[in-house]
Ligand binder design. Structure first.
Ligand code: FES
Ligand SMILES: [Fe+2]
Length: 350
């Protein structure tokens, strides 16, 4: 089905690009990210235009990269600024660059038409504090062998928690509650309120009756914010900032995904243990419960597009189907404007 290209995707956590470069395949394109001396981040196509050596294998200094194969040197705008052979620089010696914007401790990349890269369109993850403390539970990254839409389906379907995560994140008392789905400014919300249930293992009220909730919101193209909590029955449902999680997915290829996650709240040195506990519980749920299932589903689907397999749809699929429809719309819009542009060129030539 392809990807919505004119959108900001998460390329990496800010902390992943420090002194050295970071090489990462994003939306099927190999990219290398590195910092200039002023700290700003540059994203280049990770392929030298001479004989296609990966540029991340080169030498990085002064905001430039020198290809490790024959020494062509490129600046942060992708222009070739030095040819060691001393000859004229061929016009093809140019590397594609991608707009990058650093916000919320995240490096956002725009892989589509650069002129449209408006930072106002970056997903709102302001729930991640400006200064999340030295033990912050952000910076987590998993590699998943599945299409990114299957990961979004999984996150937007809150009903799976009480089956796939039974005994860890969920339990039988949390089953059968109705998810409320609505849209707000282009974001899709799925809210699940579970009064009079038993608190699951990660809650301070573990094993006791409670009112609890899990709400998730999707923001284009693939960022989600999830909040959860449990309070004694009838008590006000106060949201704790550290019980707000972020899940951000970026396709690596059609069948593999970068999964970035973390929780909000401030974790100073005195919260080291709590932060570690949350990180370990989250990672364990993804690694031992979600991802094996999603990878197995991807394998069963054998690369087929979801709708072509005519899936049985349940009411619990409402949010994930709405998100898929939004992404499909974004892709269709891009394809339409591309063919309109092609049409203009053809009529101008005719
Ligand atoms: S492949 Fe990069 S300079 Fe030759
Ligand atoms: Fe899950």
């Amino acid at each position: 089905m392809g990807y919505a290209m004119n959108a900001w995707y998460m390329a990496a956590w800010s902390s992943e690009v420090g002194e050295g470069p970071l090489a990462r395949r994003l939306l099927d394109i190999p990219v290398v990210l590195f910092r200039r001396d002023d700290g700003s981040v540059v994203a280049l196509h990770d392929r030298c235009p001479h004989r296609f050596a990966p540029l991340h294998m080169g030498r990085f200094a002064d905001g430039q990269v020198e290809c490790a194969y024959h020494g062509l040197r490129f600046d942060s705008a992708g222009a070739c600024v030095h040819n060691p052979a001393g000859e004229t620089i061929p016009p093809q010696a140019k590397v594609r660059t991608f707009p990058v914007h650093e916000r919320h401790h995240i490096l956002w990349i725009w892989m589509g038409e650069a002129a449209l890269a408006d930072p106002d369109r970056i997903a709102d993850l302001s729930c991640i504090p400006e200064d999340p403390g030295e033990c912050a539970n952000i910076g987590n990254h998993l590699h998943v062998r599945a299409n990114y839409l299957l990961e979004i389906d999984n996150l937007m379907d809150l009903s799976h928690v009480n089956y796939l995560h039974r005994g860890t994140l969920g339990n039988d008392s949390m089953r059968g509650h109705k998810v409320n789905v609505h849209e707000e400014n282009g974001a899709i919300h799925a809210d699940l309120w579970m009064p009079g249930t038993i608190a699951p293992i990660y809650s301070a009220l573990f094993g006791r009756p409670c009112d609890q909730w899990t709400n998730i919101v999707w923001m284009a193209p693939s960022a989600m914010r999830l909040d959860y909590g449990a309070v004694p029955p009838g008590a006000p449902a106060v949201q704790q900032p550290e019980d707000v999680a972020v899940h951000i997915l970026t396709p690596e290829t059609e069948r593999t995904t970068h999964y970035f996650y973390g929780t909000c709240g401030v974790f100073g040195p005195e919260q080291r243990e709590l932060a570690e506990m949350i990180r370990t519980a989250q990672t364990a749920a993804f690694v031992t419960e979600d991802n094996p299932m999603i990878e197995a589903v991807d394998e069963r689907m054998e690369g087929a597009e979801l709708w072509s397999l005519r899936p049985a749809i349940l009411s619990s699929d409402v949010a994930s189907v709405r998100v898929r429809r939004e992404i499909e719309k974004m892709i269709r819009r891009e394809n339409r404007s591309e063919s309109a542009a092609e049409g203009n060129v053809e009529s101008a030539v005719a």
